[in-house]
Ligand binder design. Structure first.
Ligand SMILES: Cc1cn([C@H]2C[C@H](O)[C@@H](COP(=O)(O)OP(=O)(O)O[C@H]3O[C@H](C)C(=O)[C@H](O)[C@H]3O)O2)c(=O)[nH]c1=O
Length: 183
């Protein structure tokens, strides 16, 4: 397993070892001891799986009081996955990092607690799976606007994405910061 640091402290890219043979391939998608020693000391309590079609954009989401660390991957298809540093005291607050995750490249991303997360589906369909370090808490969830000009995420998009009602009402970074700081 290869672990690559990013310019956002704590956010890491993971390239698992893939064992190919004439039947196909095998890889360990998660191994607690290796994760603890090479990525971060965490215990995961919930696994999620979402299925989406092309041009669907989910996010940018985070939970405020029960922040979720996330280990994300694409089982089938291709997405542009985005992490936004929403840790109020971080020197890179408001900065984003994006990466193509696909069933093909088998890459994973580790987002520590305090990051906003979202993705845009680039393939016809995508099966997205991720592990979370705390439970889903809908009343605690915040949604940042996917297209906030002060964050200016460079989505590989050529038309308006398909958004949930919730995501259509995503808030601007400046307002999200006030909420995060209880201002
Ligand atoms: C997230 C979640 C959702 N749900 C239910 C609630 C709704 O009835 C339905 C769809 O929920 P939502 O529209 O919030 O799903 P996404 O838009 O994919 O939300 C996710 O999008 C971005 C990419 C994330 O990183 C978050 O984990 C998560 O917010 O699943 C649950 O029962 N448990 C859960 O953990």
């Amino acid at each position: 397993m290869k672990v690559i640091e990013t310019e956002l402290e704590g956010l890491k890219i993971i390239e698992p070892e893939v064992f190919g043979d004439d039947r196909g391939f095998f890889l360990e998608t998660f191994q607690q001891e290796r994760f603890n020693s090479l990525v971060a000391e965490r215990v995961f309590v919930q696994d999620n799986h979402s299925f989406s079609t092309k041009n669907i954009l989910r996010g940018i989401h985070l939970q405020k009081h029960l922040p979720q660390g996330k280990l994300v991957r694409v089982v089938e298809g291709e997405v542009f996955d985005v992490a936004v540093d929403l840790r109020p005291d971080s020197k890179t607050f408001g900065q984003w990092f994006g990466l193509v995750l696909s069933g093909e490249n088998k890459k994973q991303m580790w987002l520590p607690e305090g990051f906003g997360h979202g993705f845009l589906v680039m393939s016809e369909t995508a099966h997205f799976e991720y592990k979370c370090t705390s439970f889903y808490s809908p009343d605690d969830e915040l949604c940042m606007a996917w297209n906030d000009p002060t964050v200016s995420i460079d989505w590989p998009i050529h038309s308006c994405p398909v958004l949930s009602e919730k995501d259509q009402k995503g808030v601007k970074l400046i307002d999200l910061k006030k909420t995060l700081l209880d201002l």
